[in-house]
Design a binder for this molecule. Sequence first.
Ligand code: TPP
Ligand code: MG
Length: 332
Amino acid sequence: MTAVAGRISADQAALARHLLLQMLRVRRLEEKCVELYSEAKIRGFLHVYIGEEAVAAGVLDNLQGEDAVIATYRERGHALLRGVPAGAILAEMYGHVQGCCRGRGGSMHLFDAGTRFFGGNAIVAGGLPLAVGLALADKMAGRSRVTVCFFGEGAVAEGEFHESLNLAALWQLPVLFCCENNLYAMGTALGRSESQTDIALKAAGYELAAWAVDGMDVLVVHEAARRAVDAVRSGAGPHFLELRTYRFRAHSMFDPERYREKAEVAHWLERDPITLLRNALGDADQLAEAQWTELQREADAEVAAAVEFAEAGTPEPVEELTRFVYSERGPQ
Ligand SMILES: Cc1ncc(C[n+]2csc(CCOP(=O)(O)OP(=O)(O)O)c2C)c(N)n1
Ligand SMILES: [Mg+2]
């Protein structure tokens, strides 16, 4: 595995630039959401993914169209990189009908069956049993699909985590668990709630392959995820990645952040996954200033178009609000 810290070869440069753009797209969208939230254009909860972009970018790049993805309430980046249009995401944040859930889901419940992005889940660990169910269905139907489930390390304290890993291993299901270990569950540091803080070790106790990975180094994440996804797809049973990362912003927009030192945040900011990769590419003469400018322009243009789309949208008419309480498809 070549770390970002190492020199990037010419062969790797195209992939590295591609992943840099993916991370930048997420970063810019998240920054815009913070801005729109402070202008009260977005209401309700907002949990941003800034700092953790290498995880979603490195993992999702290895998936195929028929695979399935599940994430948490910090899921805009996962949705975007899975292929949900930025406009449909932002319109959802505005509560507009043009959103991917007609504005009914909002920040924590993005969902898009077309790209097999099965949420967005506000319940800590709530996605794991869903992922196991999707993987069980694929196994029973003999389909060679992979289900990838992202969740925070806070999920380890929930029963669903243990039940899901146990059943996935017992039934050898095609699922990849991706634990985004950013060291905090709201204001609770991992060591204050878990006697064993080595999460990969804990997962390995369920008899599945589990690796800890530097979640700030997108090339390392990409390589680890490639191996894991290939193994799962080839029938080698469930795999587990503990991606060690850090969120640069508060837990949500309502968090006064009294539980961590500024020096700790500053330390992790030095390992900003975007800066790390940009510098490594520059050091290897694989990213000219004009190329970097172009990547930023591309990410900014996508977000600007998405804002325009969301702003032009409309809320659900009041008379439509009771639709979808019951299925409109009729008996199957
Ligand atoms: C079952 C459940 N219990 C409590 C909460 C309240 N809650 C919301 S986010 C959160 C912390 C989760 O932390 P983690 O899983 O590490 O994810 P992160 O926010 O760090 O990405 C908690 C406890 C919840 N949403 N669901
Ligand atoms: Mg966490």
